[in-house]
Design a protein around this ligand. Structure first.
Ligand SMILES: CC(C)(COP(=O)(O)OP(=O)(O)OC[C@H]1O[C@@H](n2cnc3c(N)ncnc32)[C@H](O)[C@@H]1OP(=O)(O)O)[C@@H](O)C(=O)NCCC(=O)NCCS
Length: 422
């Protein structure tokens, strides 16, 4: 299949999750992604949280599919020369090292663009250039704290909480991928490459945009009507407002109140829950589904404003209705009434979900050492192509092949191995 990014060559000098998630996406869509790794060591995730001795960890295999692996010590003169050659003939150079590491290696942007004015140099850092924290190294949870996610996630009576979703890592990688594709289109017009930079803090914040909305509303009004803290209760049962956006538990944002509700079996199954949304225009069907016809036209219930101070009482009534229904049975009933809801799915349920398997969102990939493993395929679906998710490379699997493409002969390649430059 002819994939849109075929012909685009990417130097993938990334590690852990943020950078690899970006380049993996581009590899799925046809780019030739050459992962550059330190000889004998490789991306640190190859060894992290291993479940099979001597085989690349899932952490690595699930973030590096469809790539080639080149081992290269860029601190040796020979390694630098190879990287320079690669830069001269590549379209994109992606890195997510700690602040200043690429400069110390001898490859600041100024030098990279001298070597190849058409190249796009894409970079992930924890904080943006010039930020008072720009020197900090950053991992996922650090970014979630810096980007406003942690202070606004969790319950009002608990500590700031990080999300299991990789808002700092993979999300930054997705932002970077958009930046790279934009710069590639820009290059078609100008003939010039450019530097594309994202910071994990900014990318988390971009997803917390509505919380900055809420800060401004809170500053003006002193309350936020869709939060469980509203209306303000004397007993403070659901917390109170201060001058900062509070943690809203599982409240639905955007004026469509919702909550995670217990279903049959919740006493022993910690995921026997559904998310139920009281969509304002679906009040009549909700009353019908719950067999509460008396609520439909009752002015004490039939507008969002009237329901506001009774939301938790309504949720309690719904939980009584849910008592004899599993999360799946409940959703099968509620879907007929057009109510936005979902079972709270576990990773085990997701892994075995026939629809996710059929769409390729959960896909099984063969691996030379591991046997086959599950991964998350492309969440982006196209009408004219279905990206094939292939295995991640073994460490240095394509070193000789890439060097030969760069013009090195067998003898030179053997020498480079001998001196451990590759
Ligand atoms: C993720 C992070 C915290 C890891 O930090 P770290 O393990 O200390 O590693 P660094 O990225 O700082 O790099 C370590 C060194 O390895 C060197 N190195 C890496 N690959 C190399 C290679 N192939 N050849 C030679 N040297 C190499 C780097 O040049 C750097 O050397 P220096 O610091 O002595 O100059 C850090 O890279 C970071 O903050 N990155 C930016 C934000 C980010 O992407 N975070 C991770 C999200 S998943």
């Amino acid at each position: 299949m002819n994939l849109p990014l075929e012909g685009i060559k990417i130097i993938d000098f990334t590690g852990v999750q943020a950078g690899p998630a970006c380049t993996q996406l581009l590899a799925w869509f046809g780019a030739d992604v050459i992962k550059v790794e330190r000889p004998g060591v490789g991306d640190i995730t190859r060894n992290q949280l291993r479940d099979i001795p001597d085989a690349d960890a899932l952490y690595f295999t699930m973030l590096n599919s469809n790539k080639r692996s080149l081992t290269l010590d860029t601190k040796t003169p020979e390694g630098k020369e190879i990287l320079e050659k690669l830069i001269r003939e590549s379209d994109v150079f992606v890195e997510n090292f700690g602040p200043g590491a690429v400069d110390r290696m001898g490859f600041p942007w100024e030098h990279i663009k001298e070597l190849n004015p058409k190249i796009i140099f894409a970079s992930v850092k924890g904080f943006s250039e010039g930020h008072h924290y720009e020197d900090l190294k950053v991992y996922e949870n650090v970014a979630q704290c810096a980007g406003g996610a942690a202070s606004t996630t969790g319950f009002w009576d608990g500590p700031p909480t990080v999300s299991a979703a990789a808002l700092g890592d993979s999300n930054s990688g997705m932002h970077l991928a958009i930046g790279i594709l934009t710069a590639l289109i820009g290059r078609q017009k100008t003939g010039k490459g450019q530097k594309v930079a994202v910071s994990m803090q900014d990318c988390v914040l971009n997803l917390c945009r509505v919380k900055l909305r809420d800060q401004q509303r809170l500053d003006r009004l002193g309350y936020l009507e869709e939060y469980p803290q509203y209306p303000i209760r004397a007993d403070g049962k659901y917390g109170t407002f201060s001058d900062v956006v509070p943690r809203g538990g599982n409240a639905g944002g955007g004026g469509q109140p919702g909550w995670v509700l217990k279903c049959k079996g919740w006493e022993t199954d910690s995921n026997a829950y559904i998310y139920f949304t009281i969509q304002s225009n679906a009040w009549a069907p909700i009353c019908k589904a719950l067999n509460k016809p008396e609520w439909t036209d009752d002015p004490a219930y039939n507008t969002p404003a009237a329901r506001q101070d009774k939301l938790f009482d309504i949720f309690a009534v719904i939980e009584v209705w849910l008592k004899d229904k599993t999360k799946f049975e409940a959703v099968d009933i509620l879907r007929k009434f057009d109510i936005p809801c979902s079972p709270v799915l576990t990773m085990k349920e997701i892994a075995n979900d026939p629809s996710l398997r059929a769409s390729g969102t959960i896909t099984e990939v063969p691996h030379k050492k591991r046997g086959s493993y599950l991964t998350v395929g492309s969440p982006i679906k196209f009408s004219d192509m279905t990206p094939e998710i292939k295995s991640s490379p073994l460490l240095g699997e394509h070193t000789d092949e890439v060097l030969a493409d760069l013009g090195y002969n067998q003898k030179q390649i053997a020498e480079l191995h001998e001196i451990k430059a590759v």
